[in-house]
Design a protein around this ligand. Structure first.
Ligand SMILES: CC(C)(COP(=O)(O)OP(=O)(O)OC[C@H]1O[C@@H](n2cnc3c(N)ncnc32)[C@H](O)[C@@H]1OP(=O)(O)O)[C@@H](O)C(=O)NCCC(=O)NCCS
Length: 154
């Protein structure tokens, strides 16, 4: 059994963590970010913050990446390994990332999500994210609108 005390959220530290993030990307998204894209991101640790969630025996169960842009956190990606979804890990990780964003001076948070991704939209709404706009046909493969969500309370 995995208890809440076994779950650890922390900033990505090394290449083994990056390898884990790339696996979760590949398992979760049609257009996963590549190693090269992450290497560019990780060269800017003041802007790019990547957090991983760990379990005993699973170095990277999921990850959350955001850019800190002045006082805003722009969340680029959140994903949990498919076999580990629905047991609270995404919630633990997002709560941790939002706290860290506030700690570094970015209490407002925003993200884009596919209109059809009702599970993720519900997930974000539980954290106080609310729809504030739409980017028409923002996504490809398949083409789809993005909802723009914001969470302004700290
Ligand atoms: C979205 C995601 C990160 C949530 O992580 P998770 O570990 O499954 O989430 P949690 O177990 O912490 O769930 C918290 C709440 O989110 C909601 N939720 C999460 N996934 C859901 C789903 N597929 N359907 C409906 N509600 C869902 C539920 O309200 C849940 O609350 P509950 O425990 O009362 O049911 C995960 O489902 C995922 O990796 N999805 C694929 C990648 C993705 O779409 N990322 C978002 C891109 S913008």
């Amino acid at each position: 059994m995995t208890g809440p005390e076994d779950v650890v959220c922390e900033r990505l530290v090394d290449d083994a963590d990056l390898a884990g993030v790339l696996e979760v990307e590949a398992e979760s998204f049609n257009n996963p970010w590549t190693r090269q894209m992450y290497e560019v991101e990780l060269a800017r640790p003041d802007v790019c913050h990547v957090y991983v969630v760990r379990l005993p025996g699973c170095r990277v169960a999921g990850f959350c990446a955001f850019w800190r842009i002045v006082d805003e956190a722009h969340i680029n990606n959140v994903a949990i390994r498919p076999a580990l979804r629905g047991r609270g890990l995404g919630g633990r990780l997002l709560a941790h990332a939002l706290l860290e964003a506030t700690r570094v001076g970015a209490p407002a948070a925003t993200l884009e999500v596919r209109r059809s991704n009702v599970g993720a939209i519900r997930f974000y709404e539980r954290f106080g994210f609310r729809e504030q706009g739409v980017r028409r046909q923002y996504y490809t493969d398949p083409v789809e609108d993005a909802l723009i969500l914001w969470r302004r309370e700290a």
